[in-house]
Design a protein around this ligand. Structure first.
Ligand SMILES: Nc1nc2c(ncn2[C@@H]2O[C@H](COP(=O)(O)OP(=O)(O)OP(=O)(O)O)[C@@H](O)[C@H]2O)c(=O)[nH]1
Ligand SMILES: [Mg+2]
Length: 254
């Protein structure tokens, strides 16, 4: 699979299609979910119809991160009717990074793609990323028109600057939850230790150090329809600072 571009927009007659899968590669979609009862059913259903049409050999791994609502129950219902949908459950809320890590560790396909389960992204935009996927590349989305408040955007800008100063990493939209990479790349850079919001930055920093390249692609971003955003509360931010110092110490020794 090394550096072979894949294009999900090609039709069935495409010479790019291999025998086993419609797209030429198999895919695990990881969806972290914390109290997403209003969104999760819809998000999983949309993923499944896209993946049936465009991929064929796929699995959807929903990580229910200690939700106190019906998130787990809803996913159990879907997975009992479709064995390609897998539920991973955390007994208690362990944080965004821990949720992604559990999902990545469970992945059994060639490529991993992850997306938030809150309906702010559209799985169809994977069409924009797939043509750039390859064995040495992480294809990472950036929100072309961010559906967030001015304050959230300012936070993201300052966070990006902080990561650049601390680790020398500069990408357009670090936390855009829309990325595809080979599962072997994740295994190469494991462990990603951050339990909270730093997870994506740590993952990209470690990929870059291993020589992987990044391709940045614009994706659409929509307002949340149900539930609340929790990505920017003080506890999350303090944890990010703590984990960033731990990461700096870890990387110093290498
Ligand atoms: N915030 C948060 N999200 C979690 C956690 N575990 C899993 N998630 C999921 O991770 C995704 C991102 O969480 P959001 O609350 O939308 O926060 P964000 O995307 O970082 O930022 P905004 O949407 O801009 O607030 C959602 O699908 C959540 O359900 C957790 O402990 N905290
Ligand atoms: Mg969100």
């Amino acid at each position: 699979m090394r550096n072979r571009p894949v294009d999900l927009t090609y039709g069935p007659a495409s010479e790019h299609m291999n025998k086993e899968t419609k797209a030429g590669f198999s895919l695990t979609v990881v969806l972290p979910a914390h109290n997403e009862e209003g969104n999760i059913g819809n998000t999983v259903d949309k993923c499944v119809s896209y993946l049936e049409k465009k991929i064929g050999d796929y699995e959807v791994v929903v990580v229910n991160d200690g939700s106190s609502d019906r998130t787990g129950e809803i996913v159990t219902g879907i997975s009992s009717a479709n064995f390609n949908v897998v539920l991973v459950s955390h007994e208690t809320n362990k944080g965004y990074g821990s949720a992604l890590r559990s999902g990545f560790d469970k992945a059994s396909k060639e490529y991993i793609f992850f997306m938030d389960s809150d309906g702010q992204f559209d799985i169809n935009d994977l069409d924009r990323l797939s043509p750039h996927a390859g064995a040495d590349t992480a294809v990472i989305g950036y929100r072309e028109d961010r559906a967030d408040s001015y304050i959230r955007s300012l936070n993201a800008w300052m966070y990006s600057l902080y990561i650049h100063i601390m680790f020398g990493l500069r990408v357009r939209d670090m936390d855009c939850a829309f990325k595809i990479f080979p599962a072997s790349a994740y295994r190469d850079v494991k462990p990603i230790k951050s339990e909270g919001a730093l997870f994506s930055a740590e993952f990209l920093i470690k990929l870059k150090r291993k020589g992987f390249s990044f391709k940045e692609v614009p994706v659409r971003h929509f307002p949340r329809m149900y539930g609340s955003q929790t990505g920017a509360n003080m506890r999350v931010i303090m944890k990010m600072f703590k984990e960033s110092w731990k990461l700096r110490n870890e990387l110093k020794d290498r």
